[in-house]
Design a protein around this ligand. Structure first.
Ligand code: 8OZ
Length: 363
């Protein structure tokens, strides 16, 4: 047992975070034309800047990597300029912010792809999941398997997006290696039946995720590179036969790259923590730098896990939507506001920037 508290500063690489509470990445589908983050996004993130670290909503590295309507990108100059407004607003409030970089792989739809192209995947297996497009939830499209000679281009898209993130003023990037998107699809044998160097063995299935992370590290430095993993989450229809061995290998290799954090969704994303047997402590013990724990934490669980040294930082997702001042509310054990489910995905200021702080709601 230790006496650390959630509300004390924490050194993440060379950054000093004001507390151990992280805002998890949250998809909000409010980007403007050209998939540029809106001015409202700057206000939204700045309102939440009292988190020790903010992680942005998942942000596509290319049009091919987009899977949902109105999610932002970070591959055009206009997108970089839009994100710069966000990072400037967060830094002005003393906050820190990483951008989460994703390629959705097979979790996409032809209507989101350039000229109606077929979405790409490790193997031509359709995901049992829906996406949000043309203002409706619809089945994802049938994907095609990526050719091996297309993979360096995807690694390079991540590398360029990481450089763009630094140009936009982000403190770092989080590679999205979780939740059934491209890198998780490659890692899991329910989605990857390739017969080449990117399929089959644990090492082969981890290869793309590790190449992407190594490229990001080379581009912007290990101190600015984190990753998110979800070893047992069935999110977006993925499954794998040996998650413990697969993810112990992945974490060992990521740790050897010296990345600043590994962020783990413990259990089913947004669902039960005990969805499948898995020893998360084994991953935590493999991480030299920082382990961020996520999924279903509340103040008491985070406090007890910190005391037991089960994690360094704790990422809260949905509670941040309706509680811009979540850190202060937790610290004072104040009541938490409830989310309006109708305004989570898409729309404007309603349900985005209009949730009041506790102080404002009392005045
Ligand atoms: C909810 C809706 C759409 C996308 C994830 C980026 O699960 C997401 C996501 C969550 O990681």
């Amino acid at each position: 047992m230790t006496n650390k508290t959630l509300f004390e500063p924490y050194n993440l690489g060379s950054l000093t975070l004001s507390n151990r509470i992280v805002m998890a990445p949250l998809t909000r589908n409010r980007a403007g034309p050209g998939f540029v983050p809106s001015d409202l996004a700057a206000e939204y993130y700045a309102q939440r800047a009292s988190a020790g670290l903010l992680i942005s909503e998942a942000t596509q590295i290319s049009q091919q990597g987009q899977g949902y309507q109105d999610s932002p990108g970070i591959y055009s100059q206009a997108q970089i300029d839009g994100w710069r407004k966000v990072t400037t607003a967060v830094h002005a409030k003393g906050g820190r912010i990483f951008v989460q970089l994703w390629h959705v792989g097979r979790v996409s739809h032809v209507d989101l792809q350039e000229n109606g192209a077929t979405p790409v995947a490790p193997s031509a297996i359709r995901a049992e999941t829906k996406t949000f497009v043309n203002n409706a939830f619809v089945d994802v499209s049938d994907p095609r398997a990526l050719e091996i000679d297309e993979l360096p281009g995807i690694v390079n898209d991540f590398r360029r997006a990481a450089a763009n993130a630094v140009a936009a003023g982000f403190d770092g990037v989080e590679v999205h290696g979780a939740n059934g998107y491209l890198l998780d699809q490659f890692a899991k044998d329910g989605a990857n039946v390739r017969a080449d160097a990117y399929g089959g063995s644990i090492e082969n299935r981890a290869r793309l995720m590790l190449e992407v992370t190594a490229a990001v590290v080379e581009e912007i430095g290990a101190e600015r590179t984190g990753i998110r993993l979800s070893p047992v989450s069935p999110a977006n229809g993925v499954s794998t036969s040996d998650p413990q061995a697969q993810f112990e290998y992945i974490v060992d290799q990521l740790d050897a790259l010296g990345i600043v954090y590994i962020h783990v969704v413990e259990g089913a994303t947004g669902g039960p923590r005990d969805v499948a047997p898995f020893d998360f402590g084994s991953l935590r013990r493999r991480v030299k730098n920082t382990y961020i724990a996520n999924n279903g934490y509340d103040l008491d669980l985070a406090t007890s896990r910190l005391a037991e040294d089960k994690a360094d930082l704790f990422a809260f997702g949905r509670p941040f939507i309706a509680n811009p001042d979540l850190v202060e509310r937790l610290e004072t054990r104040a009541v938490l506001a409830a989310i309006d489910p109708a305004t989570i995905y898409g729309g404007g200021a309603a349900g985005y920037t209009d949730y009041p702080t506790l102080a404002a709601s009392r005045s």
